[in-house]
Design a binder for this molecule. Structure first.
Ligand code: PHE
Length: 334
């Protein structure tokens, strides 16, 4: 009898899913719960059982009846209140706040990828370097006035400082790899400067170095063209202006055409039509010799890009200090 009851329950559960309207529901009710329904029929035969058996089966009978009744009521509720949405797909879940990569991290990853595809090794270097690395090896002897180009944070330990530029690693990696070689150094640099909209005490540089028998400024220009067109996703023209760095000869300032106004003159380019984006030049033979490279046979170019400046141009960010602020309104935009 127990088996009979559980078969009835299973059948009811199966039919439950097929009921599509009130008429079918009524048939369901009559079939299982009606006065001559399956349950009623079974309860008639209880009479033949002993008191003990009746007690046990009765319990199970009540359970089955209740379950079927629940199914009936549940379906009734669904069918009689069609407005009620059982699964509301538009109902938002519980939102979990997820962190995102900081814009600086995102852009560094992107820039690394571009230079990697252009055949450059990717390096980082240390932020604490020696005076020799940051200055002497780059043809900037002690007490030379050109040291004033880099406002330096000196550390208490003699000869040590926070690198003022990623050029501090040029000789280190040239020594490490030998020639020919192409590598970039991407990382944070420090300058003892007053901060304002365009200056920060810490910022990032992307250093590029290429040394080989045929490295030249035409190649540098092509590398820049590919890099900037990929990075800004626009057609870009590259312009060289002469400049001065002790470790390059000739030295250049690199400009690109202002992509915001097509060089007509706007706020971004300060009406000049050009945007200054990098310092560069042919590596001074002095620097090559520091790395024990034959400067008669090998030539190289080097460049230094300011990461924050590039990002500010790309996304029209007005103030460099925003990068190190904890203002989530800024950070979460990217
Ligand atoms: N290191 C220079 C600076 O910080 C930039 C630079 C790099 C210039 C490489 C020439 C070659 O100003």
């Amino acid at each position: 009898m127990k088996e009979q009851l559980s078969n009835i329950l299973r059948e009811a559960q199966q039919i439950y899913f097929q009921i599509k309207n009130l008429e079918e529901l009524e048939n369901f009710r009559i079939k299982f719960l009606g006065r001559n329904g399956l349950l009623a029929q079974i309860s008639d035969s209880f009479r033949n059982l002993s008191l003990e058996e009746r007690k046990e089966i009765g319990k199970y009978f009540n359970f089955v009846k209740e379950e079927i009744n629940k199914l009936y009521l549940e379906k009734k509720e669904i069918l009689t209140s069609p407005q009620k949405i059982i699964f509301d797909l538009s109902h938002p879940g519980i939102r979990k706040d997820r962190g995102i990569k900081h814009i600086l991290t995102q852009e560094i990853e992107e820039i690394k990828k571009i230079f990697f595809t252009l055949g450059f090794n990717i390096e980082e270097g240390r932020e604490i370097v020696t005076e020799e690395e940051n200055f002497d090896s780059l043809n900037i002897p002690p007490n030379h006035p050109s040291r004033d180009l880099w406002d330096t944070f000196w550390l208490n330990k003699k000869n040590y400082l926070l690198r003022t530029h990623t050029s501090a690693h040029q000789v280190e990696f040239l020594r490490k790899y030998g020639v020919p070689i192409k590598f970039t150094i991407i990382g944070k640099v420090y300058r003892h400067e007053a901060t304002d909209q365009r200056h920060e005490m810490q910022f990032h540089q992307i250093e590029g170095v290429s040394v080989g028998e045929k490295s030249n400024l035409v190649e540098l220009k092509s590398i820049f063209k590919i890099f900037f067109e990929k990075y800004f996703n626009k057609k870009i023209d590259i312009f060289f202006r002469t400049s001065y760095f002790p470790f390059t000869e000739p030295s250049l300032e690199v400009d690109i055409n202002c992509f915001l106004c097509q060089s007509k003159g706007c706020q971004l380019c300060k009406k000049s039509g050009y945007l200054e984006v990098a310092g560069a030049g042919m590596i001074h033979p002095f620097v090559l010799r520091q790395a024990s490279i034959n400067s008669e046979k090998y030539f190289g170019y080097a460049f230094g890009l300011g990461l924050e400046r590039l990002i500010m141009l790309k996304y029209d960010i007005p103030d460099v200090r925003l990068f190190h602020s904890t203002d989530l309104r800024f950070i979460n935009q990217f």
